[in-house]
Design a protein around this ligand. Structure first.
Ligand code: ZN
Length: 627
């Protein structure tokens, strides 16, 4: 499947990025742009900026940015094609797919297709093959019904080393790609083997229900084998950005405005089978920020239902912090010892389970109960430590009223003076403000060294005129104005730019111009693929506190194209002059070090020529302008 380039652009230009982002982020107008709290990192003052005229967004805090497709891909954790489909549906444009005549079917689609074939194969083994009996028995013992097996696409990889390899060959599955996807392994002698052998298979679905990876669980404890084997990361699978079961649960989560977070695949499947469908599983890793962000799209109420063992408690504690940071209301359910969600639901049923969820503790109750059980409040020093921990969590809550109410309840419960807690909370909050203000620095036009490394770091002291002029020209090129682009390339080529990152950015526009591609701002920005390059570009594009006064003063009236044109002419002229001066300065250096009078004379002559050239450029500019 492939969507034609011009269609992608047609769809993009039919949608308004401000409208779309407004659905997810509260935006307000500031100057020419819209600003709001960034959905990609946690912040208290807005650094997230959307440009209506350029149809792009940028965050000065975390440097995320791009066009409408990029926003949806990052926000909804979907693929490019899916983002295009979503925008197309919004603006009511019918998507027609090009027949795959060039053999250039999207690589992602090919991978999805291989996974679907593999999933069908595994499922067929489990449901229909005689060798699948051992796996069927496993699920029957876990009380999983056949229709549930079908619903979740559960499967079984036969006990052998070449079953899937053979199947792949007969199905003409590209073996190289099957290796990439972790379905097939390759030995040193080149021999291929089944990666998942004698394992129960759980297909892992994207939020949109596509098979992006597999998890394989061993049937019995095998010497030297991991309990779970997961697909490696690939073009279609990024670990830590997926919540298992989300495609099944998302409607119910929205409906109930609550999500239950569990640890394992079987927990989720058992709950689902018993009618509890607002469940997602972390699966495999500890909860990540990406997962929290993904979940927060569906609800702000999360109940943690982790195992009651030490590992489960530790995972709960860490998860609470991540969730609070995202303004999520966290509750925690403690299961009777020895139970996990799977065993509990099968033993007690839905009614008891619902009751358990209803009685979930808030995070403070949970945390204090934990400290209490560990004897923290019997020892003076440990009490202080526990209080600090509790206050640290409180400080993560943005809502002051809520924070204070919770503080009172902690004080009351432990018979502590409120004042003591308040002082501690103040200290913690001040520390946070400090962290925040260092982030704020980025917005004041100061580059963020840590985040973006090399480029921004090396730019910090670049106040020399050459750098500023190059920067202004790059900005002008990415205004998306064809005439301006032509004007600039009539005078310069990418090689004329001294700074490599400018050179590369200019080269992108140059190439698009040479190939008569679409030259609107948002398309040009999307062409820049390297993350750091794009961050830099967006940073300077949105830069309100530009080092160059001229730009800022002119910016508001740039709606008038003639003025934009004039500004471009001025910048071109100044850049030309700067380049001449650069050459002259280099010659001066050479003159100082020249060994023969002759050489000196030659250089001086050259500089006189350059001086003349400079004068001409200065004078010419007036007549060349079309204003
Ligand atoms: Zn951000």
């Amino acid at each position: 499947m492939r969507i034609p380039e011009n269609k992608i652009e047609e769809i993009r230009s039919a949608a308004d990025i401000v409208d779309v982002i407004s659905e997810f982020v509260q935006l307000r107008k500031r100057g020419k742009n819209f600003i709001g709290l960034c959905p990609f990192h946690s912040e208290k003052t807005p650094s997230f900026t959307v440009s209506e005229d350029k149809q792009i967004f940028h965050c000065f805090g975390c440097h995320m940015g791009g066009n409408i497709y990029k926003f949806l891909m990052e926000y909804e954790k979907i693929s490019f094609i899916e983002a295009v489909q979503e925008v197309a549906a919004r603006v009511g444009i019918n998507l027609e797919y090009e027949e795959d005549t060039t053999g250039k079917e999207s690589e992602q689609e090919i991978l999805y297709e291989i996974n679907v074939q593999a999933a069908r194969y595994f499922s067929d083994n489990l449901l229909n093959s005689p060798e699948g009996e051992v796996a069927r028995k496993y699920f029957v013992e876990r009380k999983i019904k056949p229709q549930t097996m079908r619903a979740f696409g559960l499967g079984y990889a036969l006990n052998g080393w070449e079953y899937f390899v053979e199947y792949a060959k007969t199905q003409k599955i590209d073996l190289e790609r099957a290796i990439q996807l972790g379905l097939i392994g390759q030995q040193n002698d080149g021999r291929l083997f089944d990666k998942f052998s004698d394992r129960i298979i759980f297909p892992i679905f994207s939020a949109n229900g596509r098979v992006i990876a597999f998890a394989g669980r061993i049937l019995e404890n095998r010497e030297g084998s991991a309990k779970y084997l997961n697909s490696p990361e690939s073009l279609i699978y990024v670990k830590g950005r997926i919540l298992y079961g989300l495609s099944f649960a998302k409607d119910e989560i929205r409906k109930l405005d609550k999500a239950i977070l569990v640890e394992g695949y079987m927990d989720l499947i058992s709950l689902y089978q018993n009618g509890i469908k607002n469940v997602v599983a972390v699966s495999g890793t500890a909860l990540t920020e990406d997962q929290v962000q993904l979940l927060s799209r569906y609800t702000k109420n999360v109940v943690l239902l982790f195992d009651a063992d030490a590992a489960g408690i530790k995972a709960s504690m860490r998860s609470i912090e991540l969730l609070l940071k995202r303004d999520i209301e966290v509750k925690i359910v403690t299961l009777p010892s020895g139970e996990d969600p799977d065993s509990y639901i099968n033993k007690y049923g839905k009614v008891e389970f619902d009751e358990l969820i209803r009685k979930a503790q808030n995070f403070l109750e949970y945390q204090t109960a934990y400290f209490e059980s560990q004897g923290y409040f019997e020892d003076h020093n440990k009490t202080a430590e526990a209080i600090r921990e509790l206050v640290k969590l409180l400080a993560l809550i943005d809502d002051e009223l809520k924070r204070n109410l919770l503080l009172k309840s902690v004080a009351k419960k432990f018979n502590l003076r409120e004042k003591l807690l308040e002082t501690e909370l103040d200290k913690t909050l001040k520390r946070q403000v400090k962290d925040e203000s260092s982030r704020q620095a980025v917005k004041d036009g100061r580059p963020n060294k840590e985040k973006t490394g090399l480029h921004f770091a090396t730019l910090e002291n670049k106040s020399d005129s050459n750098y500023i002029l190059e920067k202004e020209l790059v900005k002008l090129l990415y205004e998306g104005n064809k005439e301006i682009i032509e004007l600039i390339f009539a005078h310069f080529s990418p090689d004329d730019f001294n700074y490599q990152f400018h050179q590369e950015l200019v080269a992108e526009v140059y190439e698009a111009h040479q190939n008569s591609e679409d030259l609107t701002a948002s398309t040009l920005v999307a062409k820049v693929k390297a993350e750091e390059q794009q961050a830099y570009l967006l940073e300077i594009t949105f830069d309100k506190y530009s080092i160059s006064k001229t730009w800022d003063e002119l910016n508001p009236v740039f709606e008038d194209e003639k003025l934009l044109y004039k500004f471009a002419m001025d910048t071109i002229r100044n850049f030309k002059i700067a380049k001449i001066e650069e050459k002259m300065a280099a010659n001066h250096d050479k003159i100082e070090r020249a060994e023969s009078e002759n050489e000196k004379l030659e250089l001086m002559k050259e500089n006189m020529e350059l001086e003349k050239e400079k004068k001409i450029v200065r004078e010419e500019s007036g007549s060349e302008s079309r204003v």
